[in-house]
Design a protein around this ligand. Structure first.
Ligand code: HEM
Length: 333
C-alpha cells in the first residue's frame, strides 16, 4: 500500500495554518476577515494554476514551430480552454465576497494598509506574460510602486521577454497558405479580391474603414499584429470550416474568451469595490474605482484579433479556394 497520506500530500498543515487575521492580532476580531483571507488565497492558487497552463502553452509556441502532427495545437487549445473555465470561476467567486457588506469590511480594512490585490505579483506576471506591456498600462506611475524590489524586478524582467501575444503573432505570420506558390498566376490576386468584396460590403458611415484595412493588412502602422499575421487570422476566420483550420480557429476563439473573461473579472471587481468602499482611494495607493475603470477599458490583450471581425462578410460572398490550395489544406499534404 502506498504511504502517501492525503493531509501530507496536500500539505494541509501549511495551507490550513496560513490564515492569520490582522484583527485577531490586534485584539479586535472581525468575523469577515477569515472570508477575505481565504478568498484571496483561493485566487492566488488559481492564478498559480493559470500561470502553469499559460506557461506550458507558451513553451509550445516558443520554438518557432507548432507541431500539428504531434497534436501540439490541440494541447494548446485544450489548456487555454481550461484557463478560460478557471477565469469564469474566478468571476463567480466575487459573488461570495459580495456577501461582505461595507460595514463588515470597515471592521478591519484600516488594519490592512498598504496591502492590496494591487500587490498580487502573480496577477501582474499573468498580464505581462499574456502581452500587456508597461507603456500600455493605465496608471503606470504607481503600477509597480507598491511592490517589493524583488517583485518589481520580476515584473520588469518580463518586459524584454517574448509575450504570448508575440508568439501568436509569429505563429500566425508563419502560416504558409497565402504565399504565392499556392495561388494560380494571373487574375486578381486573392487579397485584392477580398479587399474588393469588403469595400462593397461597407454601409454609409463606414467609408473610412478602407483606410483601416490598409493599416491592418498592408502597412501594419500602429498595430502590434503584423500585416501577415492579421491576414492569416482573417483567412482562418473565413475558411474555418476547412478541417486544417478547425484547431487554429478554436485557438483564436480561446484567446478572445480569455480576454473577455479577464475584462469581466475586472468589471465585477470594480463594481464590488465601488459598492464596498465607494469612491475612497485604494489601500494600494491608486485612485480606487477610477484606476480600475481605466484598467478595465485599456488592459485588453488580444483586442487586435477581435478587431478583425470588422473585416468579415457574409458566407455567400466568400470566394471559393483554388484546387492547388484545397489540396494543400488537406491533412498530410
Ligand atoms: C472588498 C474586497 C476588495 C476591495 C475593496 C478591493 C479594492 C481594490 C482597489 C481599490 C484596487 C485598486 C488598487 C489600489 O489602490 O489598491 C484593487 C486592485 C486589485 N485587486 Fe482588489 N479589492 C478587493 C478584493 C479583491 C480580491 C478578492 C482580489 C483577488 C485576487 C483582488 C485583486 C485585485 C487585483 C489583481 C488588483 C489589481 C488590478 C489591476 O491592476 O488591474 N481584489 N482592489
Amino acid at each position: 500500500m502506498s504511504s502517501v497520506y492525503y493531509p501530507d500530500y496536500l500539505q494541509l498543515d501549511k495551507i490550513l495554518g496560513a490564515q492569520a487575521p490582522e484583527s485577531d492580532k490586534q485584539g479586535a476580531p472581525a468575523h469577515d476577515e477569515m472570508l477575505f483571507i481565504i478568498i484571496h488565497q483561493t485566487y492566488e492558487l488559481w492564478f498559480k494554476q493559470v500561470l502553469h497552463e499559460v506557461g506550458s502553452v507558451m513553451a509550445l509556441f516558443a520554438d518557432g514551430h507548432v507541431d500539428d502532427n504531434n497534436g501540439e495545437l490541440s494541447v494548446a487549445v485544450h489548456r487555454l480552454g481550461r484557463v478560460h473555465t478557471i477565469l469564469q470561476v474566478l468571476v463567480q467567486q466575487i459573488d461570495i465576497l459580495e456577501t461582505m457588506t461595507p460595514l463588515d469590511f470597515l471592521d478591519f480594512r484600516d488594519m490592512l494598509r498598504p496591502a492590496s490585490g494591487f500587490q498580487s505579483t502573480q496577477f501582474k506576471v499573468l498580464e505581462a506574460k499574456l502581452g500587456l506591456r508597461m507603456e500600455a498600462r493605465f496608471g503606470k506611475q504607481y503600477y509597480t510602486s507598491q511592490l517589493k524590489p524583488e517583485h518589481k524586478a520580476e515584473i520588469e524582467a518580463l518586459e524584454s521577454a517574448p509575450t504570448f501575444f508575440d508568439l501568436i503573432n509569429a505563429w500566425l505570420g508563419r502560416m504558409p497558405f497565402l504565399q504565392e506558390r499556392y495561388w494560380p498566376a494571373g487574375g486578381t490576386p486573392f487579397w485584392e479580391q477580398l479587399k474588393g468584396i469588403y469595400a462593397g460590403s461597407l454601409v454609409k458611415g463606414e467609408e473610412g474603414n478602407l483606410a483601416l484595412w490598409e493599416k491592418l493588412f498592408e502597412t501594419g502602422a500602429e498595430r502590434r499584429l503584423s500585416p501577415a499575421a492579421a491576414r492569416s487570422a482573417v483567412f482562418i476566420m473565413l475558411y474555418r470550416d476547412e478541417p486544417i483550420f478547425h484547431m487554429p480557429y478554436r485557438l483564436l476563439e480561446r484567446l478572445l474568451d480569455i480576454d473577455e473573461a479577464l475584462a469581466t473579472w475586472r468589471y465585477r471587481h470594480m463594481s464590488m469595490v465601488h459598492r464596498t468602499i465607494g469612491l475612497r482611494v485604494g489601500t494600494g495607493g491608486s485612485t480606487g474605482k477610477q484606476y480600475l475603470a481605466g484598467a478595465l477599458s485599456s488592459h485588453h490583450i488580444f483586442q487586435e484579433i477581435a478587431d478583425l471581425s470588422s473585416f468579415l462578410f457574409e458566407r455567400k460572398k466568400i470566394p471559393a479556394l483554388p484546387e492547388t490550395l484545397k489540396m494543400a489544406l488537406r491533412f498530410g499534404s
